[in-house]
Design a protein around this ligand. Structure first.
Ligand code: BGC
Ligand code: NOJ
Length: 811
């Protein structure tokens, strides 16, 4: 069952039933100011950091779901409704929510009065702009009231939700005309405030929540709206809000547009006040000036559209299946931008207060986005590397506002350092900008202790070499990619963190997954060394890689698949010897991507085992059989009921590793089958089961052992976005970014006739037409570049500005 449809032309998902199976959201903003907006106008805004600079309030896990947002109310002679259906929930004659690239348009109509609200964060703007369009489609004159509403958050979202004894006495506002300034704590140490304004004369306003709502009312029936009279309240403590009351008249056919601005302002030190406790409003006034008229909003909207069209023009696919086109050309890339910006911090499943930017996550997110914003990717790589320790280890997270490593989740996740090689390598392939390796980058953010980025990569590589266990495999530390396989944490205490408790100091647990990773990204490191003319170091690195391969051969193969790990007692995890958790997906994917077992049949055998034991109609589960009870020596993985999250859920992040592995064996049908199973637009028809947005990936789909297989959770912020994009574009469609050009190697379902891709690469444009006359699934018979036959599969880097025709014939 569907709840809307894709509008490919406008790059929108159009929701036509407000009762989606879960709130379906969008992210506004791609620089500093961000908003989350749901399909019923719920959500909140923040500046850079969803925890430390939360601008408006949102109550997670609330009842009813998704209450609180940027609301508008219309009261026409006692008939009250909201354009987004919620919070009033009066049935609308017509409803739609169009989630687009960086904007959302919510439209409702009642009795031929239409209200359309555009929510957007303009480029280069520290605020959200809302354009409200009211149209009288009826035959008689209308007179009605329009109320706006936002609720301020007292900046630190965690404190805001817990420290009530203080917070109920700190709220402060200032009002000038229609502009409501939220200045809580500005009197003391803060240098920032927020404001909400409208470009029209108002009939009244409210800034105190209780006065506006009434203490015992919900958002659905505020006193001020029901009685059609703003209270002109001033917040002193309690809960500051901002609401404008406008009285509007519309002739038949008449349309009226209003512009609301929700802004965030930082004031330079020493310039906070212009009078006693009167805040400096200079920047706020300039921001309001920028959006005085609907035409100003229209111009910013066009600018945003042009920005996105440009970003999305770097890789454009034309394929017979619209689902695939919309995934590759629009939504997957859009989700990559969102994960790049937010890491795992703020969504409807990430509360914005728990987690900063992950070291592991941010490096991986970058591979889905580096082709669009190479400059920002460069900056990101340097930011991440600056949190690394001298010994190559890393904090697991860093805080976006300070860019400093954050010890809350500690360190010693021993896969972390290697992901820096992946991100840097992909950056080098995409841009050819080798100068990044010479950048001097701090260790642990200490500006007095720096080394080149190349040196950071080297430390990443040797962090593995210096941390090997009894079998010669890499020590796992707190965990590797699977944060819940906690082999050094034996926790018996409720509530204790599985990630930070490490009570098996000197533990010997080892990871075959990291071993595979070391081979894969170690090879990338060695290649970088070779290209830099560091032949000795390349040779040395190759030696370590060779040894690691031998160790995998000796201790990493279980007979029909790769072992996952060795536990604290030196016993195999992910082995036929076990009753539960016999086979895990991660080591199959990583070892085969690294090329282990390709020549001797082990790779094929491992992938056949994946198919037999891990595959199901909704994707590939993480391991099998699921753990049916808590196993103290394995940790969090066994804490989840069967089929959820790391306990045999479908972790959509690592499914593409198997897709890529299948392409390495030339098996396009299998790779495609795995891709299609989890690719969101292909799941639109089962929205009622899948539940999360049909336009973005979710982190996890309940696996075959779950109560409700196929039900997704944790949409948006997941490495799934980058990895699936990487798998489909570079390995299935086969346009692989190479240091010296584009390497063409499609591995597709044999039934495909062909497709074409326009790829911008280092300033040149390549129109690549792939045809498959013999219906093979891999193999390239001939390539021509601008009519000339090419030797091999590499299309060399062409002059910037050139337009090139590439014809690929498979066979
Ligand atoms: C989740 C993991 C996550 C970890 C670290 C666990 O509860 O299941 O997916 O990586 O927390 O934040
Ligand atoms: C989510 C985390 O963000 C990611 O870093 C981790 O690899 C997966 N969960 C698997 O545990």
């Amino acid at each position: 069952m569907r709840f809307g449809h894709f509008d490919d032309e406008r790059k929108e998902y159009v929701i036509t039933d407000p009762r989606t199976p879960y709130p379906w959201i969008n992210f506004l903003g791609c620089e500093e100011f961000y908003s989350i907006v749901t399909n019923t106008a719920g959500g909140y805004s923040f500046f850079k950091d969803a925890r430390l600079r939360r601008i408006t309030r949102y109550r997670y896990n609330n009842v009813p779901a998704d209450d609180g947002g940027k609301y508008f109310y219309i009261n026409e002679k006692g008939k009250i409704w909201s354009p987004g259906w919620k919070p009033v929930k009066r049935e609308l004659d017509r409803y739609s929510c169009r989630h687009g690239m960086g904007y959302t348009v919510v439209t409702g109509e009642v009795d031929q009065l239409e209200a359309e609200v555009l929510y957007m964060v303009p480029l280069g703007f520290r605020g959200e702009v809302q354009r409200v369009k009211l149209t009288n489609r009826g035959g008689s004159k209308r007179a009605f009231s329009l109320f706006s509403f936002v609720e301020w958050c007292l900046w630190d979202a965690l404190d805001d939700a817990s420290n009530f004894q203080r917070n109920f006495s700190t709220g402060q506002v200032e009002v000038v005309g229609p502009t409501i300034y939220h200045k809580t704590e500005f009197r003391e140490r803060r240098d920032h405030y927020a404001f909400y304004t409208v470009n029209e004369e108002i009939a009244g306003l409210d800034t105190d929540r209780e006065a506006f709502l009434g203490l015992y009312n919900g958002f659905d029936a505020p006193d001020a709206v029901v009685e059609c009279r703003a209270r002109d309240s001033r917040a002193h403590g309690w809960s500051p809000v901002a609401s404008h009351h406008l009285e509007i008249e519309l002739e038949p056919g008449q349309e009226k547009q209003l512009v609301y601005v929700l802004g965030y302002v930082e004031v330079p030190p020493g310039k906070k006040f212009t009078g006693h406790q009167v805040i400096n409003k200079g920047s706020a006034e300039a921001m309001m000036e920028r959006f005085r008229t609907p035409a100003d909003v229209g111009a910013a909207f066009d600018e945003l559209a042009a920005f996105w069209n440009d970003l999305l023009s770097v890789y454009r696919l034309e394929h017979p299946e619209p689902e695939l086109n919309r995934a590759v050309n629009t939504w997957n890339q859009y989700q990559c931008m969102v994960t790049f910006n937010f890491s795992r911090s703020a969504s409807l499943f990430e509360s914005g207060i728990g987690r900063g930017m992950g070291f592991r996550d941010s490096n991986q997110d970058l591979i889905g986005f580096v082709h669009q914003v190479p400059d920002r990717a460069r900056e990101r790589i340097l930011d991440i590397a600056a949190t690394q320790f001298e010994d190559g280890g890393a904090y697991h997270q860093y805080q976006p506002l300070t860019k400093k490593g954050n010890d809350a989740v500690g360190r010693n996740f021993n896969d972390d350092p290697l992901w820096l090689i992946l991100s840097t390598d992909e950056y080098l392939r995409e841009t050819g900008d080798w100068s990044i390796l010479e950048e001097m980058v701090p260790f642990d953010n200490d500006v007095n202790n720096k080394a080149s980025l190349f040196e950071h990569l080297k430390r990443s590589f040797y962090h593995v070499v210096h941390n090997l266990g009894p079998h010669g495999l890499p020590l796992i530390g707190r965990a590797d990619w699977n944060d819940c396989l906690n082999l050094n944490c034996f926790s018996e205490t409720p509530g204790e963190s599985f990630q930070t408790t490490e009570n098996r100091e000197g533990g010997v647990a080892e990871s075959v997954f990291i071993a595979g990773m070391f081979v894969l990204y170690g090879e990338a490191y060695a290649e970088i060394c070779r290209r830099l003319g560091k032949a000795d170091e390349a040779r040395k690195a190759k030696g370590h890689i060779r040894e690691m391969k031998e160790v995998i051969d000796a201790h990493g193969w279980d007979g029909r698949w790769f072992v996952r790990a060795y536990d604290h007692f030196g016993e195999r995890v992910g082995s036929d010897e076990r009753d539960e958790g016999k086979i895990f997906i991660e080591s199959q994917g990583m070892c085969i991507m690294a090329g282990v077992g390709l020549e001797d049949g082990r790779a094929r055998q491992a992938l056949d085992s994946v198919k037999e034991r891990l595959d199901c109609p909704f994707g590939i589960v993480l391991h099998n059989p699921a753990f049916t009870g808590y196993i103290v020596k394995y940790g969090e993985i066994s804490s989840y009921p069967e089929g959820y999250k790391e306990n045999a859920g479908i972790f959509c992040h690592n499914n593409p590793w198997i897709m890529i592995a299948e392409t390495m064996l030339g098996n396009g049908d299998a790779a495609w089958d795995y891709f299609r199973k989890i690719c969101p637009p292909y799941l639109e028809e089962i929205s009622e089961l899948h539940r999360t947005e049909p336009y973005v990936y979710a982190q996890m789909i309940a696996g075959k052992d779950a109560h409700k297989p196929g039900e997704a959770k944790n949409s948006w912020l997941t490495g799934t976005a980058a990895w699936n994009y990487y798998a489909i574009t570079q390995f299935i469609l086969g346009i692989r970014v190479h240091y010296d050009g584009l390497e063409i190697n499609p591995v597709i379902p044999s039934a495909w006739e062909g497709y074409s891709v326009t790829r911008k690469f280092r300033g040149a444009t390549y129109h690549i037409g792939v045809s498959n006359p013999s219906r093979v699934s891999s193999g390239v018979k001939a390539i021509t570049l601008n009519g000339e036959p090419l030797e091999g599969r590499l299309v060399p880097v062409r002059e910037a500005g050139s337009i090139n025709e590439v014809r690929v014939v498979m066979g």
